[in-house]
Design a binder for this molecule. Structure first.
Ligand SMILES: [Zn+2]
Length: 329
């Protein structure tokens, strides 16, 4: 990357951001300040002088300023995981690689949440929680892979953390048949395992029925898929599911309507910045195997999402991303 090219754009993005930030009054904790600071600091690997000129000599000041922007206020963050463990994880560069978080990383992440965040159930996020000024976080898993039961649940129980598992009901007890045949085969929990999960205090919710892209399916297909999944889960659990996560994080107006008609309270998307956040498209932040500690801290603060999609800082982040990616081991 060419510093001469990048510097003015980054400089402009940050200067613009800082101007906005100074008008805010929110506070930030050290962990997040560190995250933002490190994010910006990545520039220094290439050119400490350029960094200093961009940040006016003191990159901590930028972290401080970022802390005060209203748009990056702490809100409840909903984290989205998929599978756990490295056994059977496809290699880097293949489609499902990003779905796996190692057990070690997950353990460290849960220890971080137990210590620095208030972990709440999805029911609680609508109730404006967040005692003691700690940021609240909800933990979710898409696809109901068996590895969640065998590897994630024991860790969650040890730290007494709530979590929700979204299951695509047509694939219960089978494998991820919605992925291309060349993908890694991953086992989905059975009926019995879903009940066990519920009995151990975790929430089981809907990820649609056939795991189709509800953002592109016809209104009739959408209606059928959402209703089938609600029916299936009601049969298994004995009560109607309350929460829904769109496969691939994608929805359409028809999908959101169908989800509301089927009686779901909240429906979850993924952070792609494509839909307007609402009760029927609550954004979630996906966790990837490459997320290092500081990035995880930011993601679990709600700030990553805000910074990522907040126009004044977006330009800066886009420029930093290749550096961040390039540096991971
Ligand atoms: Zn899925």
């Amino acid at each position: 990357m060419n510093d001469r090219q990048v510097n003015p754009r980054l400089s402009r993005a940050i200067a613009q951001g800082v101007g906005e930030l100074q008008r805010g009054r929110a506070r930030i904790d050290d962990q997040d300040a560190l995250g933002v600071s490190v994010l910006v600091e990545h520039r220094s690997d290439h050119s400490p002088e350029a960094l200093r000129s961009v940040l006016g000599g003191d990159h901590d000041r930028v972290a401080e300023h970022v802390a005060t922007v209203p748009a990056v206020n702490a809100t409840t963050t909903v984290l989205a995981y998929h599978a756990l463990g490295t056994h059977g994880a496809p290699p880097r560069g293949t489609p499902l690689h990003n779905a796996f978080v190692s057990t070690e990383a997950f353990e460290a992440q849960m220890a971080f949440l137990a210590r620095h965040r208030e972990v709440v159930s999805l029911d609680a996020i609508t109730q404006g929680v967040g005692r003691d000024g700690r940021k609240s976080v909800s933990i979710t898993f898409d696809d109901a892979y068996r590895s969640v039961l065998t590897l994630a649940v024991p860790v969650l129980e040890r730290y007494r953390l709530a979590a929700t598992v979204f299951v695509p009901t047509m694939w219960i007890g089978q494998r991820n048949g919605w992925d291309p045949p060349s993908s890694a085969p991953l086992e989905i929990m059975t009926h019995e395992e879903l009940l066990e999960l519920r009995d151990r205090g975790f929430q089981v919710a809907s990820h649609g029925h056939a795991h189709i892209d509800l953002g592109r399916a016809s209104p009739a297909e959408v209606e059928h898929d959402v209703a089938a999944s609600a029916r299936c889960l009601t049969e298994i659990l004995g009560s109607p599911p309350r929460h829904f996560a769109y496969p691939y994080g994608k929805s359409s107006e028809a999908a959101r309507q169908a989800v509301a008609r089927a009686g779901f309270d909240l429906a979850f998307a993924l952070d792609r910045g494509t839909e307007r956040p609402s009760r029927l498209a609550v954004p979630r932040t996906p966790i990837y195997p490459r997320d290092r500690r500081w990035l995880y801290g930011m993601k679990a603060s709600g700030r990553y999402r805000q910074i990522r999609y907040w126009p004044p800082l977006r330009g800066g982040y886009d420029l930093l991303r290749p550096l961040i990616r390039g540096r991971r081991s």
